[in-house]
Design a protein around this ligand. Structure first.
Ligand code: ZN
Length: 233
């Protein structure tokens, strides 16, 4: 998908989302800023970071925008996201919170909701997709509730719906954190007697993998020749 932008004088900026350089969808006219960025920029950033313009991620940007506005620019917010699908990337793209820095936590609940909160006061806001509000956007409802096959709801149509619906299908409420707000600490580090790799002793007398809970088994075949140290190509 490509995103093109036209800025004729005296007319609002027009953005076109063009799937695979064909079938231009109806133009979305907006000067709207989401997360401080123009829609065209948001779409480009999503494409670069996520690999494609996922509708859930685009909707997520509106959610992050709402939460950021509610909590205010002065607050260093941490984030909790309630699904592994799409939404964590909206937080990672448009807030300083990432999985790597530990400021973002992700719950495997598959609920389309997120919270941003002040890490000092533990107060913040939860924002969610409010299905009642999607009634006036049947494409959005049908997509989220999986009521229509993908082929019957082309991506450009869905993206355009989300651009119109974005701020209007969300609800928000103030929250006070009761869990998940503690930063994860490694604690004491030891050397695993089985694999000789460092691991947190909280895991037990051996590392998790050596206790039989690993995710892969080692194979006894040689590495490819081009992977020895010092060979970068
Ligand atoms: Zn081990």
């Amino acid at each position: 998908m490509t995103v093109s932008q036209k800025s004729p004088a005296s007319v609002p900026t027009v953005y076109k989302i063009v799937p695979n350089d064909e079938e231009p969808m109806a133009a979305q006219t907006t000067e709207q800023l989401v997360c401080g960025k123009k829609i065209a920029t948001v779409l480009e950033l999503i494409q670069q970071f996520h690999g494609w313009t996922a509708p859930g991620l685009l909707l997520g940007v509106f959610m992050v925008d709402r939460a950021r506005k509610l909590i205010g620019p002065a607050v260093e917010a941490d984030a909790v996201v309630e699904t592994f699908h799409c939404l964590p990337d909206a937080v990672q793209l448009f807030t300083p919170c990432t999985l790597g820095n530990g400021w973002l936590k992700v719950l495997d609940w598959d609920k389309f909701a997120l919270s941003l909160y002040d890490r000092r006061t533990l107060r913040g806001y939860r924002v969610w997709l409010d299905l009642k509000k999607t009634r006036t956007y049947p494409d959005l409802y049908n997509w989220y509730m999986r009521k229509v096959p993908k082929k019957d709801l082309p991506l450009p149509v869905l993206l355009e719906t989300i651009l119109s619906a974005g701020p209007h299908v969300l609800s928000a409420c103030p929250v006070r954190m009761t869990d998940l707000y503690k930063r994860r600490k490694k604690g004491v580090i030891e050397i695993c007697p089985s694999c000789n790799e460092a691991y947190p002793v909280l895991q037990g007398r051996k590392c998790t993998a050596c206790q039989g809970m690993g995710y892969a088994e080692q194979m006894t075949i040689p590495l490819p020749d081009n992977c020895s140290p010092g060979q970068n190509s």
